[in-house]
Design a protein around this ligand. Sequence first.
Ligand code: HEC
Length: 231
Amino acid sequence: MTLELAGGGPVIDDKMITAYAPNITPAGEIAGWSDAELSRAIREGIRPDGTLIGPPMPFSLYKGLSDTDLAAIVAFLRTLKPIEHTVPKSVYNIPLPPAYGPPVTHVADIPRGPTAEYGAYIAGPIAHCLECHTPMGPQGPMYDGHLGQGGFEFPGPWGTSVSANLTSGDDGLKSFSDTQIADMITKGVKPDGTRMLPPMPYAWLAKMTPDDLQAVILYLRTLPPLPDYKG
Ligand code: HEC
C-alpha cells in the first residue's frame, strides 16, 4: 500500500505492449501539469507535450467522465502524499491512433440516483465494468455489437480468468436475482459459494453505495441479450 498510485507494472507485458503505470502522486511527472492539462490527459489521453497515452487506459470510456467528476479526480490526485518512485517507460510495438476522438470540451453531470441511466455512467466511465466485460479486439474493446458480452481473457498468477457475459439473456445474468448479482460484484462470490477470480476489483466495488449498486444492476438488465462470445 505504501506505493499506492506511485506507479508500477508492467500492467501489460506481451509482444505488442509492455505498459507500466506511471507515478501519479505529486512526486511524479504530472506534478508539473496544470489542472487543465491533467484533465485532458485523463479524459482524452493526450499529454501536455501532445503525445498520446497508450493502452490499457480506457479513454473511450473516460471521455464520458463529467466535468464535475473529472475535477474531483484531479483535486484528489493533488492531495496524495508525494512518493518518490520511478517506473520504466512503456513500450508500444503497435501504432497508436493519432487521437482517441474529437476534443471533449464539456460533459454534463449525469443525475445521480438508482436509475439505469446513472448505472450506465458507473459501468462505463466510472468503474469501467464494460472495458473488462467486452471482448478485446485488435483496436481495443469491441463495444459495437459486443457490449457486455464478456470473453476478455486475463492471464495471471491465478491461471486465466475470463470475464463473464453481463448481458440480459440466458448466457448472461438473466437467471440471477439482484441480490445474487450484488454479491458477485461486491463479494466476489457466486450463488453456489464459489470464489471468483481476479482481476475484478471486488473490494473496491464493495464500497459502492446501495443506490449506486442498484443503478448498475438496473443498467445491466437493459443490455441487449448476447450469447457467450466465441472469438
Ligand atoms: C479488471 C477487469 C474487470 C472489471 C473492472 C470488472 N470485472 Fe466483472 N469480472 C471480471 C472477470 C475476469 C470475471 C470472471 C471471474 C471468475 O470467473 O471467477 C468477472 C465476473 C463478473 C460477474 C459474474 C457473472 C457470472 O455470470 O459469473 C459479474 C456479475 C460482474 N463481473 C460484474 C461486474 C461489474 C458490474 C463491474 C463494474 C462495477 C465489473 N464486473 C468490473 C473482470 C472485471
